[in-house]
Structure formats: C-alpha cells, structure tokens
Unconditional design. Structure first.
Length: 337
C-alpha cells in the first residue's frame, strides 16, 4: 500500500480542502475537540497525546483511515477517522469518529466527512472481514449533538444501542464484602494474557463483542499509557482469574475537570462465577485503591441492555447515570464467499 493516498472527500464548501490525517494534526484536533465540548457536552476530554496514542496504534493506517479538512491557510476545521479493530463475532464493527469545529457547522463539512467514512468503512470491511460476516459502521452521539443525530439518520444509520456513562464519588465508600472462596489481588503483568483470555470468555454473548488476540488486547487495553495496574483488581478462584476490573486515569480528563477520576474500562466475570459476588467485591477493591491513590471520582460505561444485569449492579454499588450516548449503526452486507 502507498504511504499516502489522495484525499477523496467530496462535496466540501468552497475554500476548504481535504487531505490525509497525520499525527502532526493531533494538537489542532485536540484544540478542536476542546472547542466542540462546550456545545457537544460529551464529558470526554482528550489531548494531543491521547490522539497520538489512539491514531498511532499498529492496527491503524492513519493516511488511509483518517481525513483532515483545512482552510486555504491550513487551519483544521474538521477531521474524521474510520478505524477497524479487526475481528467480530456477529459483525465487523468499524468505528467512525470525528468532529467539526462549531464555527464551521451547518455548511456541509460533517456531511462530506461522514460520506467518506461510509465509503472507507465499506472498503475496510471488504479488506478485513471473512466471507459471510456483515459489517457495522458505528458512530456515537450524545443528547446535545442533535444535528449529528439527524445527519446519521439521513445518511442511512439507525440508532442501535444506548450506553450510560455512570459516575460515583469516592468519599465515604461502603466497606466491601468479600466473596466466598475468592482472593482479590492487584493486576500483575504475568497474568496479562490470562486476563485477556478471561475477557474473551466473559464477553462471548455480549452485543458487539470481539475476540481479542494478544496484539489487539495490548493495543486497545493494557497497553494504554492511562492504564493503572495498581488500580486494577483480579478476582482469583482456585488460583485462576474468575473476574477482573481494569482501571485507567486520563491526564487530560483530570486537567479539564480538576478531579482525578478512575475509569473502570473493563469489568468481567466468567460465566460460571456470576451471581456469587465476584464483581461487587472486585469493584469495591478497585474503588478503594483509587480513593487511597487520590482519585475523587470513579466512572464507567454500560450498555443499557446488558444481558448480565450490569446496570443494576453498578447502581447498587453507588454509580449513577450522568449522560447517555446513542450508538448509531450503518449496515454493510457480508462479502460473498
């Protein structure tokens, strides 16, 4: 593949051009996100280092998978990525992400970038999906992003799922109750692959789940610079991982909110151990570790239709929904055998 392909975003307003996105755009893209947050109210905060890490992963081919829209003077007014994480049980899900500067909205920039994402995502599905596996191009919108939601709908996306962003304060934590026969220990690197295999087993029946190989696991999860092994907890039964909580602390989020927050990114329990208090005990241990480390808040995301009753569990341990985002999906038919 060539290192850089000609930009193929069409339908932009006069005075704007598109080109492949590069890691050098991370500073401007982060500034654009900060400006957009004032109107989009996503509760998410990413800096240039976060974007560089995300776009620079081995599984991302940024010159092909990203586009920047710039003025004649070179100012970034919009960007989009189409990232295929590989694999999928029921479909190959491809993440369509991006943002347009609020000052440039309503002029067709978002429409042009989304049309490119649909074309690029369809190409990625053809490149990476095995015969017979359909594709889903997935994009997210929060309640304040009404224009984005309308654009998704006009572009053939349908509202597929709703995810709750939940938080709880870490002051006055209740005393955790141990689960019978379970030992709670901090995450250690010698168990990283065991946790990966437990995660794959725990999420087999979950909507949109993907089998993670070693490269994908480290790339998307424990290889992140925000990952905090000291705030992550493993629940061992008979010496083996039966459940886990993986914690992350994002520097950009702390700067933006003034409150160090542990994000419980992955929480899972093996099917045979569910209903025995493993998740509750592991979460309580992770929250306690975060409080002792100086975090003032904990956050997590959960599918509103989670089949294991996770939403009710998180509410019982003190989490409350602060935002709900909608996952929009554009279907791509399976490739011929």
């Amino acid at each position: 593949m060539p290192d850089v392909l000609p930009a193929d975003v069409t339908g932009l307003p006069a005075g704007l051009t598109a080109r492949p996105l590069t890691l050098d755009d991370a500073d401007a893209a982060a500034q654009l996100l900060a400006a957009a947050e004032a109107v989009d109210d996503t509760g998410e905060h990413e800096d240039a280092d976060d974007l560089t890490e995300w776009w620079g992963r081995e599984l991302v081919d940024l010159p092909r998978d990203g586009r920047a829209v710039v003025t004649a003077e070179g100012r970034l007014v919009g960007w989009a990525t189409s990232i295929a994480p590989r694999g999928g049980r029921d479909a190959l899900r491809i993440w369509s992400e991006g943002r347009v500067d609020p000052a440039w909205r309503g002029r067709g920039v978002g429409r042009a970038l989304l049309a490119w994402q649909v074309r690029r995502g369809t190409e990625q599905h053809a490149e990476h999906a095995p015969p017979g596996l359909p594709g889903r191009l997935v994009a997210a919108a929060y309640p304040a992003m009404t224009s984005a939601a309308r654009l998704f709908e006009r572009s053939g996306f349908t509202a597929e799922r709703w995810y709750h962003a939940m938080e709880r304060d870490l002051a006055d934590l209740p005393e955790g109750r141990p689960a019978a026969g379970v030992q709670l220990v901090p995450f250690t690197w010698d168990r990283d692959d065991e946790v990966r295999r437990a995660h794959n087993a725990a999420f087999t029946a979950h909507h949109g789940s993907t089998e993670r190989d070693e490269q994908a696991w480290r790339s998307w999860f424990t290889g992140q610079r925000a990952f905090r092994p000291d705030l992550s907890v493993l629940a061992l039964r008979d010496g083996a991982v039966a459940g886990y909580v993986l914690g992350y602390v994002y520097e950009a989020d702390t700067r933006a909110t003034g409150v160090p927050t542990v994000h419980l990114g992955q929480i899972g329990v093996l099917p045979a151990a569910r209903g025995t208090g493993v998740a509750t005990a592991a979460i309580a241990a992770s929250l306690g570790a975060a409080a002792r480390a100086g975090c003032g808040r904990a956050a997590l995301d959960v599918d509103s239709e989670n089949s294991t009753g996770a939403l009710a569990l998180y509410e019982r341990v003190g989490f409350r929904t602060v935002r709900t985002r909608t996952a929009w999906s554009h279907a791509v038919p399976p490739a011929a055998g």
